[in-house]
Design a protein around this ligand. Structure first.
Ligand code: AMP
Length: 237
């Protein structure tokens, strides 16, 4: 299967060419048609499977850039994860300058974000649940126009205690909404939330080989108060 088989808009195909995605991953091939169909979906899949583009591509396909309103909201449980999604989304805004995507995470200038939202709303909102909720409470971010809500890394969102913030955001969204949840696991504590907000969702467990090579070792190293370049140099030498 090729990406062109999905009949995406030209700027989406152009972006996929730019970022050198030649064919969909297993997750993308299976789930993109479901997301495009408008059904609610719980995707049990790990990071590294290509799930970010599984929701980004159908979202961009649906966005009407002539409307100055929020059409999709995507939450992730950490600044880093939200920023990772945002960076993937920026590849599409590089090609389509009418498309507006914002990244709202903690530790950034909230007053400036509120000021900017007074003049225009982004089409796609990406961010951490806390900051997105803050901007909604401040009546700066208007989300009742959204038609898609994505909760990425739902199990981690629950573990980090952000599910309440996600529920607060969900309560501001319209009744008619496509709800997409991605999670490595579906813990028991997440189930009431899924039952409350999702309408007859398709639940897909994807056991897939990671896109990222299994041979790559991951090290977690604290860089607090240290010079990152110096540390990399030390490790390499
Ligand atoms: P994700 O699981 O969405 O974080 O994706 C893991 C990595 O795979 C990211 O670096 C993506 O840019 C990359 N990726 C996702 N889909 C594809 C694809 N169809 N072809 C090549 N790389 C991909």
């Amino acid at each position: 299967m090729k990406f062109t088989d999905f009949n995406f808009k030209d700027y989406i195909n152009q972006t996929l060419e730019n970022i050198k995605f030649e064919k969909p991953t297993e997750v993308q091939e299976k789930l993109i048609p479901i997301v495009l169909s408008g059904r609610d979906l719980v995707g049990e899949s790990k990071t590294g499977s290509g799930k970010t583009h599984t929701f980004l591509l159908p979202i961009f396909q649906k966005i009407d850039t002539d409307l100055d309103e929020v059409q999709a909201v995507i939450t992730a449980p950490s600044r880093e994860l939200a920023t990772q999604i945002y960076k993937a989304a920026q590849e599409f805004t590089k090609v389509n300058d009418k498309l507006r995507v914002s990244n709202f995470v903690g530790g950034t200038d909230k007053a400036r974000q509120i000021k900017k939202l007074e003049s225009s709303q982004p089409h796609v909102v990406i961010g951490t649940p806390g900051r997105i909720h803050d901007l909604i409470k401040a009546n700066a971010l208007i989300v009742h126009t959204a038609n898609t809500f994505v909760v990425d890394e739902a199990d981690m969102t629950l573990d980090m205690g952000f599910l309440n913030e996600v529920e607060q955001i969900a309560s501001r969204l319209p009744e008619k909404l496509q709800f997409l949840v991605f999670s490595a696991t579906i813990p028991e504590k997440l189930r009431p939330f899924l039952r409350k907000y999702m309408e007859n969702p398709i639940i897909e467990e994807i056991k897939t080989k990671a896109v990222i090579s299994e041979d790559i070792e991951n090290w977690l190293i604290s860089t607090k108060g240290k010079d990152e370049n110096q540390m990399i140099y030390q490790m390499l030498t």
